[in-house]
Ligand binder design. Sequence first.
Ligand SMILES: [Zn+2]
Length: 94
Amino acid sequence: MPTYTHRCPVCGEFDQIRPMSAAGRDASCPDCGSSSSRAFGAPALRGVDPGLRRALDASGASADTPQVVSSVPGRSRRATPVTRDPRHARLPRP
Ligand SMILES: [Zn+2]
C-alpha cells in the first residue's frame, strides 16, 4: 500500500499508509483526530541537483510560511521619468 501525506489543520503533516481506494478520502489525524485533507508534495527527488532541491524547498517554504515584513519596502531610487515632448503638455491632467 502506498504512503500518503495528509495535513492536519492543528498538528501539521503526517504520513499514513492506506489502500489506493482510500487515497481521495480525508484521514483522521493520529494525534488529535481532526479530519485532514491530503497534501500533495513534490515527487521523490533523490537524483536532483542539490541547488535545485534547495530552491524547491525554499519555494515550498515561502508558500507555506510567507515571510512577514514589518514595514513597507522602500521605493526605487530612480526618479520618475519626465517627458520633454511639448505635445505631452496638452494632455489632460487628473
Ligand atoms: Zn492533528
